[in-house]
Write a protein that binds this ligand. Sequence first.
Ligand code: SF4
Length: 153
Amino acid sequence: MILVSACLLGQRVRYDGRHCLREDVRELLAGEPVLALCPEVLGGLGTPRPPARFVGACFGREGLDLLGGQARLVDDTGRDVSRAFARGARVVAGLCRQNGVRLAFLKDRSPSCGWDPQGVNPQGGPGQGVLAALLQQMGVTVREVRSSARGQV
Ligand code: SF4
């Protein structure tokens, strides 16, 4: 089973109510058993929702810092949404464990799904989203998908 960020397959679950369909990802996964999930929606956050940013986290370990209580996620209204992000990531991680997921395609620049520990994405974003941190701990191979690029999967 392969996990993929739901927005990459066309589900309108992004903070702005839009999707970021990657046709090449959809084609790559055609015929494969896939779990297409959005941790933020599963954590109880609505769509659309204000964007959120890490506060107090070290680059490259933002997700771990949040899960360990050393950092927070705060949305543009000033609301602390750390618990919702952590809850959603744990729900997705649990489903991955139940379904034997070993590979995940996650959207870049997301505080949940982002995975860019070397900081090489020219558009920036966190080095480690909350879900990405949990999947790494589980030994799942995470591949970042740049939503603004083509042919990089
Ligand atoms: S990047 Fe992840 S958290 Fe953000 S909308 Fe897509 S699936 Fe949901």
